[in-house]
Design a protein around this ligand. Structure first.
Ligand SMILES: NC(=O)c1ccc[n+]([C@@H]2O[C@H](COP(=O)([O-])OP(=O)(O)OC[C@H]3O[C@@H](n4cnc5c(N)ncnc54)[C@H](OP(=O)(O)O)[C@@H]3O)[C@@H](O)[C@H]2O)c1
Length: 293
C-alpha cells in the first residue's frame, strides 16, 4: 500500500467501537497516517485509556473520543449532532462496533423495541450512515466500511428472517449475531448501488478469527474460556485484521471499488448465496427504515 505519515492529513475518520480490539488497532493505524480520528465509543470512562494510548503511540493529537451507544437511536442521533457541530467533513466511516454477547439466552429488546444484537449491529449502522450521509457525499471521494464475519460460512442457507427479527419465533444469540452480520453484507451491496455516482463507496470486511483480549470474554463459562485460549493461538491479532480496514479506507487501488466483500488478505470473496438477492435487500432496507424511524 502506498502510504506514509501524511497520507490522511486533513481527513476525518470515524471508527465505532474504537476503544478495544480491531477498532482500537485501526484507530492507531489511521492516526499514524495523520488522520483526524474520532473514536466513537459506548463508555467515555472506559475508553479514556484507549484514547490516551492512541495519542501516545502515534504522537497524533488530532484524535478524540465521542460517546455513542449503537444500540440506542437517541444516542446515535445525539452523536451525529455532536459530530456535525465539531466537524466540517467526514472522509471515512468505519462501522466496527458490534454486540456479540453469546451468553444471552432470551431476546433483550432495546428502548426502541428492537432485539439488541440486530439493533446494534444492523439498525444502528443503517441509522448512523444515514445521519452522516450528506457529509460523506460532500467530502467525496469518501468511504464507508461495514463489518461482517467469516463465521457466516457456517450458516450457508441463512436468510433474513423478517418474521423473527425480535426473536419472536425462536432465539439463539449466535444465530442472531450471524443474522445481523448477514444483514450488514446485504446492506453493503444495496447501499453501494444506491450511492453509485456520488463518490461515496461502501465495502464490507469479512473478519476472521481475531484474538479477543481476556477482559472481553465477559460471562463466558470457564471451560469455554479454556477452549478460547487454544483457539486464540491460531487467531489473527487485531492489528493484522485492522490492516484490511485501513486498506479499504485509504488505498488508492480500491478508491473506485464499491460493494465488495473482503477478507484479511485484502482479497474479494464470495458471501452467502442468499446475500445476493436484491429483492431481499430492498425489503430489508424498507423494514430497517421503519425500525430506524
Ligand atoms: N474477534 C473476532 O474473532 C471476530 C470475528 C468476526 C467478526 N468480528 C467483528 O469484528 C468487529 C470488532 O470486534 P473485536 O474483535 O475488535 O471485538 P471487541 O474487542 O470486543 O470490540 C468490540 C467493540 O464494539 C463495541 N460495542 C459493542 N456494543 C456497542 C454499542 N452498543 N455501542 C457502541 N459500541 C459497542 C465495544 O465497546 P465496549 O467496550 O463498550 O463493549 C468494543 O469497542 C465486530 O464487528 C465483530 O463482530 C470479530
Amino acid at each position: 500500500m502506498a502510504e506514509g505519515k501524511d497520507t490522511m492529513n486533513g481527513k476525518t475518520v470515524v471508527i465505532t467501537g474504537a476503544n478495544s480490539g480491531i477498532g482500537k488497532a485501526a484507530a492507531v493505524q489511521m492516526a499514524e497516517l495523520g488522520a483526524n480520528v474520532v473514536m466513537a465509543c459506548r463508555s467515555l470512562a472506559r475508553s479514556a485509556a484507549a484514547l490516551a494510548e492512541v495519542k501516545q503511540r502515534t504522537s497524533n493529537e488530532q484524535v478524540e473520543l465521542l460517546q455513542v451507544d449503537m444500540s440506542s437511536q437517541v444516542s446515535i442521533r445525539r452523536f451525529a449532532d455532536e459530530f456535525r457541530r465539531g466537524h466540517q467533513r467526514l472522509d471515512v466511516l468505519i462501522h466496527n462496533a458490534a454486540n456479540f454477547d453469546l451468553t444471552i439466552k432470551k431476546p433483550v429488546l432495546t428502548d426502541d423495541g428492537i432485539e439488541t444484537i440486530f439493533a446494534t449491529n444492523h439498525v444502528g449502522v443503517f441509522l448512523l450512515t444515514n445521519l452522516l450521509l450528506d457529509m460523506l457525499k460532500a467530502s467525496a471521494p469518501s468511504r464507508i466500511i461495514t463489518v461482517a464475519s467469516k463465521g457466516l460460512m457456517v450458516y450457508p442457507g441463512l436468510d433474513i428472517e423478517f418474521d423473527n427479527l425480535n426473536g419472536e419465533r425462536s432465539y439463539n444469540p449466535q444465530r442472531a449475531y450471524y443474522h445481523s452480520k448477514l444483514a450488514q453484507v446485504m446492506y453493503t451491496y444495496d447501499l453501494a448501488e444506491r450511492l453509485a455516482g456520488t463518490g461515496a463507496s461502501v465495502n464490507c470486511v469479512r473478519v476472521g478469527s481475531v484474538a479477543l483480549a481476556d477482559d472481553r470474554l465477559g460471562n463466558m463459562p470457564g471451560f469455554q474460556k479454556k477452549l478460547y485460549a487454544l483457539k486464540k493461538k491460531a487467531s489473527l491479532t487485531p492489528e493484522e485484521m485492522a490492516r484490511t480496514y485501513v486498506y479499504l479506507a485509504v488505498d488508492p487501488a480500491v478508491g473506485q471499488v464499491t460493494g465488495g466483500y473482503w477478507d484479511e488478505h485484502n482479497k474479494q470473496v464470495k458471501s452467502n448465496a442468499n446475500s445476493y438477492r436484491s429483492e431481499t435487500w430492498q425489503r430489508l432496507w424498507q423494514v430497517t427504515e421503519g425500525l430506524a424511524g
